[in-house]
Design a protein around this ligand. Structure first.
Ligand code: AHR
Length: 512
């Protein structure tokens, strides 16, 4: 080889990235014979709020028949992803909501102005019994959020009794008269929402006292013991967590952290569909912050609750963009692209990894609002890329989290870097192993060399979600632009698994 040739080869070699090339795959170790924590299925939960077209048009419609009814198409779609729970009636709306307005004959129910969300008239046609029928048909657990901000202790205690007392009290008999003889046996109970903001703008110390007063009167009825959930912090309000754990820990079972992925500022969040690679990069960077937030809040909780009996709940999460141009700004309607799907995959991997402390999470808000699972228009419905991620990931529900170590590689953009690959692994009741992987790098495939330790595996199969464009999304005219396909980029050889992970992809593998 001439000197010139050697020099040229050297330059070429130096120019190659150090990891993630075909020569040097990223390394993943899955400890298939270890694992002590269950990934609670409630991590895969959802959120219904009287906001925009979430309830009305979303779950509850007049389309087709002219009379109010639950949407079969939405219910069927959510059943397919095994929706484990639905939080309701808010969000901020919960602290405006008076449950008695929403029971009894529909034509006699009072109306109210939903001053918070678009100033529209709320006719209360969707109330307690409609919600309970919805969750029953979904096969999901109800998560009811009571009104602290504009409600009273008695109002909340009455609702609890109305729902759960078997009979023989005026409230229970009213439920029977309204068509439901059996108690509903609701367990998950939110005591207010965002009480530091729209739920009453309280300080942590003040809310801790208010919380105890409300929570004290939501008491066990028969076998139904309330699982009481306190308003938790927004993002990095670590003092809030500290105060609640210190002052109200005795009476709380869960604490509800909220964190949204906002690319720009709250005033100018950025478009859901029209964005640059910079805005893609920022979305991934900000989504990953969830890991740090959970870690830090969990450290505080560990001090007061070392046995991890209390749940850290991420009761609201997801991407929050500017509303779709031409739609009511108070309705928070937004489209959903491959970028949202990546963010969903990252979050779910993060939640899984904290399974010992994070036992419930709720994506905001299921239908037609923020990072929705499905969008509706009249009697039509489409599935979003985010929906497909929940479909791929449902295999983790109630499975055992497997400890992994991952060399995540790097996604570099304009001088900054974030990890390129995220992963999570679990073992189901039949011994099947599932690995979910997200490659957020939009310009580079990554090869991953995985070692499966402690369990013999003979076959691998997979599904993948990707698309050509960063902003690929489904519309009512083209509903299948982004949808999962079979993935044949994984090969097993002994205990070694080679995965060729395409750029901007979410992959689930099943090992048997
Ligand atoms: O999800 C929209 C709103 O965001 C919710 O109502 C509120 O809890 C949060 O601030």
């Amino acid at each position: 080889m001439t000197l010139r040739r050697i020099a040229a080869t050297l330059v070429l070699l130096l120019a190659l990235p150090v990891a993630g090339t075909a020569q040097e795959p990223l390394r993943l170790v899955v400890n298939a014979d270890l694992g002590e924590h269950t990934i609670n299925r409630h991590i895969y939960g959802h959120f219904g709020e009287h906001l925009g077209r979430n309830i009305y048009d979303g779950f509850w419609t007049k389309a087709g028949t002219g009379d109010w009814h639950l949407r079969d198409d939405v219910i069927e779609a959510l059943r397919r992803v095994q929706i484990p729970n639905l939080r309701w009636p808010g969000g901020c709306f919960a602290d405006y909501y008076h449950w008695e307005d929403g029971v009894g004959p529909r034509e006699e129910r009072p109306t109210m102005v939903n001053a918070l969300w678009g100033g529209v008239t709320e006719d209360n046609s969707f109330g307690t019994h409609e919600f309970m029928e919805l969750v029953e048909r979904l096969g999901a657990d109800p998560v009811v959020v009571g009104n602290v901000g504009s409600g009273t202790v008695k109002e909340m205690a009455d609702w609890w009794e109305y729902l759960n007392h078997p009979g023989g009290s005026t409230l229970a008999d009213r439920r029977v008269g309204n068509g439901h003889p059996e108690p509903f046996n609701v367990r998950f109970w939110g005591v207010g929402n965002e009480s530091w903001g729209c739920g009453g703008a309280m300080t942590a110390e003040h809310y801790a006292d208010v919380y105890k007063r409300f929570a004290e009167f939501v008491r066990p009825i028969g076998d139904v013991r309330p699982f009481r959930i306190a308003t938790g912090p927004s993002e990095d309000m670590y003092d809030w967590t500290e105060t609640m754990m210190r002052d109200a820990g005795r009476l709380l079972d869960g604490i509800d952290l909220h964190y949204y992925t906002v690319v720009g500022t709250w005033e100018n969040k950025g478009s859901a569909t029209d964005f640059t690679e910079r805005e893609w990069f920022i979305a991934m960077q900000k989504a990953r912050r969830m890991d740090e937030l959970i870690t830090r809040h969990a450290i505080i909780m560990d001090r007061y609750d070392p046995d991890r009996r209390k749940w850290l709940i991420v009761g609201e999460w997801g991407m929050w963009h500017d509303v779709e141009p031409g739609t009511n700004p108070g309705f928070l309607y937004q489209q959903n692209t491959l970028r949202d799907a990546m963010v969903a995959g990252l979050h779910l991997n993060i939640f899984n990894s904290h399974a010992a402390r994070v036992r419930m999470a709720n994506l905001a808000q299921t239908v037609n609002v923020l990072q929705a699972m499905v969008l509706t228009e009249g009697d039509r419905m489409i599935l979003t890329p985010t929906y497909h991620v929940f479909d791929l990931y449902k295999v983790h529900q109630d499975a055992t989290l497997l400890p992994i170590s991952l060399d995540a590689g790097e996604y570099a953009f304009e001088g900054e870097t974030i990890p390129a690959v995220s992963a999570s692994a679990s073992r189901d009741a039949e011994g099947g192993i599932h690995i979910t992987l997200v490659n957020v790098d939009p310009g580079r495939a990554h090869s991953v060399q995985a070692e499966i330790r402690g369990q013999a595996v003979s076959s691998v199969s997979g599904r993948m979600l990707t698309a050509d464009a960063l902003n690929a999304h489904n519309t009512f005219d083209r509903p299948d632009v982004v949808q999962p396909a079979d993935f044949d980029g994984a090969q097993m050889s002994g205990s070694m698994l080679t995965i060729d992970l395409p750029s901007k992809s979410v992959v689930v593998l099943e090992l048997r």
